[in-house]
Ligand binder design. Structure first.
Ligand SMILES: [Ca+2]
Ligand SMILES: [Ca+2]
Length: 450
């Protein structure tokens, strides 16, 4: 109610200032991205999975004590009758008693500002199912990356109020002076929301984040006080997530015997459509590079390369001291000493890069070292980290540990679970603690597409 009054005041002020935006203006937004889920299978150009129970990234239960194991199997996520189906099942899998799926557009579709409309059907949630249609910021650590929840159902409070299938929550989470800040509002429907499709709309502009169901707005959050309320998170790009969790802190159900919802339970998404105005931002990984892509090289035969004055950074993570040495080519190289007894590592981080055209090709670099220790070379993507182990005496991909420069050439097909559509760290090196001090030199790092 207070929001209705506030809205009337601001509308009057806008009219007085002569900047009232007519509904026609709002409708003039352009459709810039959509998935109608009408194809034969889930579109890997638009979606990637989070797989597992979260423990593999140190976040068991995905930070919420969720009970399910997320898979990328069709049992848990598939296209059916023109909808994306996410199915939660009762089955033992990877030490968990339930399976489900979580899909995201990370590295495939990021946007800032716009109108996002989705048509979604939730299953009978009673009790313990937790469907979520939400967004995370593309940069930084939670909560400083920002989170916008557009649909969550099955909360402990809704269960207690006997509103499990009728209450929808929307919320935002951000960082305020180093602490987590939250704001949420609910919609209580007069009838059950499961069993039928409903339309959820986000309208996001530099002033407000608003969410409606079937045209009825129930969430509004003012974001224009960027400095005062520390709201930078809501003026940066986000990606989408869809999942159907089982149990967990939101539901207040911490163990399998509390899950009484009929299973399998299916969350269905008919479509998601994004409309934007000029000046909004959209990333879809369009026009990906090919040929040779320079990661750390000065050679002039690259088709494109990282810009270390732009979005690329070389990070020394641990136990690496720069030393003077001659490069393999050009004027720069990675040249470091690592002390005995401690792990060492470095990484080249960038904004997301669509490197999918390099899938049939190779990661190439020159390396010079005498270390007998085990080290690994990795790439970090929206699907996680992927590593190739270099064990002395094992597969060396061209490296000889004789203190001379050698070209190392690793087929991308040798990396497991590599999501080249969304690369975040293009080159990583990590070593077990060496037995004695070592020197490591790397230069001429690039991706080649065949
Ligand atoms: Ca559809
Ligand atoms: Ca160089």
């Amino acid at each position: 109610m207070n929001f209705a009054r506030a809205y009337a005041v601001s509308a009057a002020a806008l009219i007085a200032a002569g900047v009232w935006l007519s509904p026609q203006t709002a409708q003039a937004q352009t459709l810039v991205w959509e998935d109608n889920f009408n194809g034969p299978s889930i579109d890997g150009e638009k979606w990637i999975y989070d797989v597992g129970d979260g423990c593999q990234i140190g976040l068991c239960g995905w930070g919420n004590n969720e009970l399910q194991y997320y898979t990328s199997r069709p049992e848990n996520a598939r296209i059916e009758n023109g909808s994306l189906v996410i199915e939660a099942r009762r089955e033992n899998f990877g030490s968990r008693g339930f399976t489900s799926a979580r899909l995201k557009t990370e590295g495939r579709m990021h946007f800032k500002y716009g109108t996002l409309e989705a048509r979604i059907k939730v299953p009978d949630l009673r009790n313990g199912l937790w469907p979520a249609y939400w967004m995370l910021g593309t940069t930084g650590n939670w909560p400083a990356r920002g989170e916008i929840d557009l649909l969550e159902m099955g909360s402990a409070a809704a269960i207690a109020a006997n509103m499990t299938n009728r209450r929808v929550g929307a919320a935002v989470h951000w960082d305020y002076q180093g602490s987590q800040a939250d704001f949420g509002q609910d919609f209580n429907s007069g009838s059950d929301l499961n069993g039928g499709f409903h339309t959820y709309r986000l309208t996001w502009d530099p002033q407000f984040v608003r969410v409606s169901i079937d045209g009825q707005q129930f969430f509004e959050f003012a974001i224009s006080n960027i400095e005062g309320a520390s709201l930078h998170e809501f003026h940066a790009p986000y990606f989408l997530l869809l999942n159907l969790a089982v149990g967990g802190s939101y539901t207040g159900i911490p163990s399998a015997d509390g899950i009484t919802a009929p299973l399998p339970g299916r969350m269905e998404i008919d479509y998601i459509r994004l409309y934007q105005n000029p000046g909004s931002s959209l990333y879809t990984g369009a026009n990906p590079p090919s040929g040779k892509f320079g990661v750390f090289t000065e050679r002039n035969d690259m088709n494109a390369r990282l810009n270390y004055n732009g979005d690329a950074n070389l990070y020394l993570w641990n136990n690496l001291t720069p030393i003077a040495a001659s490069p393999f080519e050009g004027s720069q190289l990675m040249a470091y000493r690592a002390n005995a007894g401690a792990w060492y590592g470095l990484g080249v981080a960038t904004d997301y890069k669509n490197m999918s055209r390099f899938a049939p090709g190779k990661l190439k670099f020159h390396m010079r070292t005498t270390t007998p220790s085990i080290f690994k070379i990795g790439i970090s993507t929206s699907f996680g980290d992927s590593w190739i182990d270099f064990v002395n005496g094992g597969q060396q991909y061209g490296l000889v540990r004789d203190g001379q420069w050698h070209e190392v050439s690793i087929p991308f097909s040798a990396f497991h679970d590599l999501d080249l559509h969304a690369v975040k760290q293009m080159f990583m090196l990590v070593s077990d603690p060496p037995g004695s001090n070592v020197e490591v030199f790397i230069d001429n790092v690039y991706y080649q597409d065949l």
